[in-house]
Design a protein around this ligand. Structure first.
Ligand code: AMP
Ligand code: TRP
Length: 336
């Protein structure tokens, strides 16, 4: 019996947020690595698709890896590594660029939004921003992945990955497993506390609406207490009419382990203030052990390096047979 294979990743483009944790990372640590063969990656190549500062990407890559360990990823149970350390990703990405069309790349929401933002600033759009989903598909397909645990915003990219896997298999013979995305039951899309119509994203310039995983407890409290709610005072779960309140209810439900649904929690609060207070305390409590463990681990960079070195070695061994098979199938002469 082969075990279920799970792959997921996080981009080192900013400090990790509560959205990353509730949407993705927490499940990797608490569930995925225990029930399946987990492969988790700091996808640094993806951080080069928009204007970047080399020293910052380097620093954030190490920080992201340290946070993933602090969140509970166990190097004895899963492979944890940095994408650029495993050449198989780019080796496969090119074959998938030869499988995808430019039309389907241009239809990606993330590309359309980021390209528009870049152009509005008078900047230019890197070609890699357009081809990004081919590299992401390579990340996933290189491991024969069955499941991809991600937040809602990545659903379209995983759907494209499925299309590319099927198309490749139809054209060249069966090589790839067709993976599927999995999302958490609540908080699959945590919204910005200052603008609850926008995703809480780590590369946003204004941080008042973003809870970072390493924020001090007082900063977490302040941000949540100042969250934008809306006219009205009755606490109801209605994502359309009251997105700010619904977001707080989602966060509270997820932070307290999902035992009570956001709709059920709504009835327990007489005011927005009371909801904010409980949500703030729940998030502080949730993040406290992670912050402490991060402080311990960052005092020992040699340990983190060792984990990443061993993780890359394991990942390479897992990916090579899949990528070699794809090279043969598509018509490339094996090295002689
Ligand atoms: P990224 O920050 O884009 O590298 O995302 C890493 C993972 O976190 C992906 O699985 C995303 O879907 C997830 N994620 C990012 N932001 C959020 C958010 N605001 N709510 C839920 N999940 C998120
Ligand atoms: N595109 C993802 C994001 O922005 C990060 C990512 C890259 C990823 N490769 C992946 C996620 C493979 C899951 C699987 O969040």
């Amino acid at each position: 019996m082969t075990r279920t294979r799970i792959f997921s990743g996080v981009k080192p483009t900013g400090h990790l947020t509560l959205g990353n944790y509730l949407g993705a990372v927490r499940r990797w640590a608490e569930e995925d690595q225990h029930r399946a063969d987990g492969v988790f990656c700091v996808v640094d190549l993806h951080a080069l698709t928009v204007a970047h500062d080399p020293a910052r990407v380097r620093r954030l890559s190490r920080q992201a890896a340290t946070i993933l360990l602090a969140a509970g990823l166990d190097p004895d149970r899963c492979a944890l590594f940095v994408q650029s350390h495993v050449d198989e990703h780019t080796r496969l990405a090119y074959l998938l660029e030869c499988t995808a069309t430019d039309g389907e790349m241009r239809r990606m929401i993330q590309y359309k939004e980021k390209a528009a933002r870049e152009r509005a600033r008078g900047g230019s759009v890197r070609l890699s921003l357009l081809t990004y989903p081919a590299l992401m598909a390579a990340d996933i397909l290189a491991y024969g992945t069955d499941e991809v645990p991600v937040g809602d915003d990545q659903a379209q990219h995983v759907e494209l990955t499925r299309d590319l896997a099927r198309r490749f298999n139809e054209r060249y013979g069966h090589v790839f497993t067709v993976p599927r995305a999995t999302h958490p039951p609540v908080a699959a899309r945590v919204m910005d506390l200052q603008d609850p119509t926008a995703k809480m994203g780590k590369s946003q310039a204004r941080s008042a609406g973003i809870v970072h995983l390493l924020d001090e407890p007082d900063a977490v409290r302040r941000k949540i207490m100042r969250a934008v709610t809306d006219g009205g005072s009755e606490v109801r779960y209605d994502r359309e009419a009251h997105p700010g309140v619904a977001n707080l209810l989602d966060i509270l439900s997820a932070a307290t382990g999902g035992r009570e649904r956001p709709e059920e929690l709504a009835g327990q609060f007489g005011s927005y203030g009371a909801l904010k207070k409980d949500t703030a305390e729940a998030v502080v409590e949730l993040l406290c052990p992670l912050r402490q463990r991060h402080a311990e681990l960052s005092a020992d960079p040699a340990y983190v390096d060792g984990v990443l070195r061993a993780g890359a070695e394991r990942a390479r061994a897992m990916a090579r047979p899949w990528v070699d098979a794809a090279h043969r199938a598509i018509g490339l002469l094996p090295p002689v």
